[in-house]
Design a protein around this ligand. Sequence first.
Ligand code: PEP
Ligand code: MN
Length: 341
Amino acid sequence: MMIVMKPGASAEEIDHVIDRIVSVGARAHVSKGDEVTLIGAIGDREHVQRLELEGVAGVAQVVPILKPYKLSSAQMGGGERSVFEIGGRRIGGEHFAMIAGPCTVESREQVLETAEAVKNAGAAMFRGGAYKPRTSPYAFQGLGQAGLRLLAEAKEIHGMPIVTELMDVRDLDAVLEVADVVQIGARNMQNYTLLSEIGRSGCPVLLKRGLSATLEELLMAAEYILKEGNEKVMLCERGIRTFETAYRFTLDLMAVPVLRQLSHLPVVVDPSHAAGRRDLVLPLSLAAAAAGADGIIVEVHPNPEEAICDGPQALRADEFADYAAAVERAAAVAGKAFTHA
Ligand code: PEP
Ligand code: MN
């Protein structure tokens, strides 16, 4: 249930409603807008209904949230889009974030060179994996802690917020020391204990859609994080499995406007993993930005031919500025501007 408070509701009236919700074993999730305060009562619907909050002082309306996901629902956003500030960069609303960097951290030179190139071209955040989810257990699994240290150095030198993947809860503390955004990869979208743990950490999350996950399953996964009190969840469409074999995955661009209808959370698109091929990355990025995505996460490498992982889909670092400028123009079509430091 969602309790919509009257525009001038006092702090005491809001606290009273929260106390009543908590008294029946439900959680109260408060979202203070410019005009009104919304209180999500998350728990047993019948218990909350029995409180008859409609008649309580300061309450304008009690609305059932019909979707199985509550905190991530558009209704919970009260009709407004969430805007997150991460290391001085904004994402959501009118703010478009370009997140760029290599698939995996390979060496100091590779990380620093890529970070410099993407920063100079207007990227808002730097991506790079130290822990890599590889299909083959024999493939390079990432540099681990040594990789995290290189990301920390890139952040120190270039001042960009870091987006990096967490696969195992045992690495949480090490990842949190460096990450400004923790990426939960497609293969872990339904790793519920990992989601709850990252929810408790409070660190912003980029949650990738599973290879065969529905949008409702994605939003339910986001709910696991939000439920722990972590409000900063970005949803990421990265291509899904379909019958088509002409490309690696099918980028579900319809997910962009539909997720923006269903949820207040920012929507990011990953064209690199969907395509698996460099030549498709620009057209997919333009389409995503024009469709209203709040950001793009894209792979870039100084020398893709020598990349340890995902080289064929990586944009060349020296071509990244032209790419970013084109995406910036497409984002403008959807009324969004690139966010910078
Ligand atoms: C990645 O971002 O490098 C990655 C492995 O992505 P995904 O989880 O979407 O496959
Ligand atoms: Mn990759």
